[in-house]
Design a protein around this ligand. Structure first.
Ligand SMILES: Cc1cc2nc3c(=O)[nH]c(=O)nc-3n(C[C@H](O)[C@H](O)[C@H](O)COP(=O)(O)O)c2cc1C
Length: 202
């Protein structure tokens, strides 16, 4: 038990968000298995309020990039508060999102606000879809794939491009693949366990 817990901690510590992808294709069945892991997440009243859209065709990836960059340009050039841009500086992101085309696969995660009809309520939708997304990100990493948690704002364009119903909201978009040869990640600090863990008794 101790060994398995520590192994997973070490594996999780090696996960980084990647923004530069190799065009090398990924096995589609691996992606399906990882989405299958995400679908095992706990959810409010077991409503499983999530839809995963797996995209590998280049035309659709190109269209998603184009639509995302329209929003991103407006965000970086007009909408983003000064403090937000300052926090993004060390990460080095800009309005350009080539990874949306370069990554061999994109997984769009949608939150189902309700079931088949609005009377079929879903509970704790955001929490549940966040948990499923966490399962997905770790599953991809442990399968040997890199991903980026990408949240263009607003991302309504995904609803239209991917033909999702009105009762679903785009939640996040994950480019997935292998890092490119020259991929770089910013140097980041993770909080120590002692900074995030409070124990009783101390
Ligand atoms: C909810 C959420 C939204 C994020 N949105 C973006 C994004 O839009 N663009 C981006 O480049 N990174 C995004 N990130 C990635 C974070 O910048 C990244 O996780 C953080 O800097 C820590 O780096 P790491 O994932 O390599 O540990 C997002 C992460 C989370 C959890």
């Amino acid at each position: 038990m101790r060994r398995r817990a520590e192994q997973l901690r070490q594996e999780a510590a090696r996960r980084r968000s990647v923004r530069n992808f190799s065009p090398r294709p990924v096995p589609i069945e691996v992606l399906r298995s990882c989405i299958g892991v995400a679908a095992q997440a706990p959810s409010g009243a077991n409503k499983q309020p999530w839809t995963f859209v797996l995209i590998t065709n280049p035309e659709l990836k190109r269209a998603i990039r184009a639509a995302a960059e329209v929003e991103e340009r407006a965000f970086y050039q007009e909408r983003a508060p000064h403090t937000w841009l300052r926090d993004l500086e060390p990460i080095g992101t800009t309005w350009e999102k080539p990874f949306l085309e370069e990554a061999p696969a994109l997984i769009a995660v949608f939150a189902q606000l309700h079931g088949a009809t609005p009377r079929d309520r879903h509970y704790y939708v955001s929490e549940s879809v966040g948990l499923a997304s966490g399962f997905l990100i770790l599953a991809l990493h442990q399968a040997g794939l890199a991903s980026l948690t990408y949240t263009p704002s607003p991302m309504r364009f995904l609803t239209q491009l991917l033909g999702r119903p009105r009762g679903e909201r785009p939640y996040l978009l994950l480019p997935v693949g292998y890092p490119s040869e020259d991929a770089k990640v910013p140097v980041l600090h993770r909080k120590e366990l002692s900074e995030v863990l409070v124990e009783f008794p101390p």
